[in-house]
Ligand binder design. Sequence first.
Ligand SMILES: C[S@@+](CC[C@H](N)C(=O)[O-])C[C@H]1O[C@@H](n2cnc3c(N)ncnc32)[C@H](O)[C@@H]1O
Length: 509
Amino acid sequence: MTTWTAGYVADIGYTHGFYRELTPALLNFVMLTRGQRGPDLDGRAAYCELGCGQGVSTNLLAAANPNVDFHATDFNPAQIAGARALAAEAGTPNVHFYDHSFSELLHEPALPAAFDVIALHGIYSWISPENRAHIVEFLRRRLKPGGIVYISYNTLPGWAAAMPLRRLLTDHAGTRTGPIIPRIDEAVAFAESMREAKASYFTQNPALAPRFEKMKGLPRSYLAHEYFNRDWTPFYVADVAAELAEAKLSYVGSAALLEGVDAINLNAEQQAILKACPDPVRRETLRDYMVNQQFRRDVYVKGALPHTVPSSRAIWTHLRFALSTPRADVALKVQGSLGEAQLQEEVYRPILDVLAKGPATVQAIFADPSVKALDWGKLMEAFGILVGSGHVQPCPSPKDEAARAKRTKAFNAAVTKRAEATEELQFLASPVTGSGVPADRMAQLFLAAQGSGADPVQRAWAVLQAQGQRLVKDGKPLDGDEANLADLRERYDTFVKTRLPVFRQLGIA
Ligand SMILES: C[S@@+](CC[C@H](N)C(=O)[O-])C[C@H]1O[C@@H](n2cnc3c(N)ncnc32)[C@H](O)[C@@H]1O
């Protein structure tokens, strides 16, 4: 029995995700939308990720932000070995991985004295109170004044109804020994048998059915880490804010920008109740009740420093944005708690059309005669919504783009090389946004061939064939070279028309 795992699932690696909320430019954009000064992340800066999992986010962000020194820890040595292997394949010099626990990290001599950003995604709900205290101590000692923290966690009241389901699963898994995956499968099947037996817990909580159905289809590596740890605590936002206050942190806002837009999430009565509440953290707690929040992605600051109106406007004016989705795929709709909301055609369409021509500053966008003039409040709201929708990205300063491009090219080459064998990595790095852009395996194979002079279709087929793989159309695997090549050609033509222009604008192709 090992002790280093502290009750955390360690016999199965976590998924290889990239989380854009960890992006320096996005975090500073959240600060800006809340009228707060962020740390200078365009100059030399230091960034730390606590519990980095497979290290994909940190590796990608380090390649896309070579001016920032990235340090990341995760006590699972297999994950850190994998993260270091990717850093070595990409030749990224500004990234450092440690297989330390949170308590050990405090004593690592190679760390910078203090960080501008510390991020922890999917950690705080899955560790013991003792480990949370180590994290708070690390934040207290190692975050610079003016530095920011990104933290995500499971939230109450949204998790309340499903807490007994998690208990049912872990109790069942605890009655067995051996590898975790078969135990998860058995626990899920057991919960299913309880549901089929019409246990009142299931029949009287109708919201559980869709959650349980979705859960059954999720990768076991994800379920293991999400549900099967010894520690698992959903929090009220006020309780997290109180713990982080010990590290001198104060709440800034949610990095999930659409969640802060009242018009799409709260009805008039709800808005009135929130308006009457003067305390920002209590207001967030009430908001979580209004929308039955399950997961929060929040930004905190050590020492809030509000912008003046001129200093905020100076940043807004020169801030550059880029479209990261093909223009034709951007619907003028967003999803909020109240349902789908239509965006105002005359405001959003011209902005998106200008961005479809390439990244542009706010100043340049509003200089375009097609774009409707907006007052500052509406302008900030519009860009908050566009970034929150995930289609538009705030960009770091263009001055160092060439240096970023050198590193992202090497990182993307390492990722697309891996695509020859696996579809594990689903993001490429952009020197324009300093962030990740979704790219499935086929897009990666096409992109890799672009640079080699080979026919992308033939090359992609050669890769799939070497692994005995075939394409699937209408649910059926295609037989023979001809059918597979024809289907690949179709996919490539679509890729060239839709995705490739975006990859070009983002400095990826
Ligand atoms: C749910 S995963 C999230 C990983 C990563 N942040 C992501 O989002 O992909 C939580 C991670 O925290 C790590 N972890 C848990 N307890 C830890 C501790 N005490 N010290 C260091 N890492 C820990 C686990 O090994 C795991 O990789």
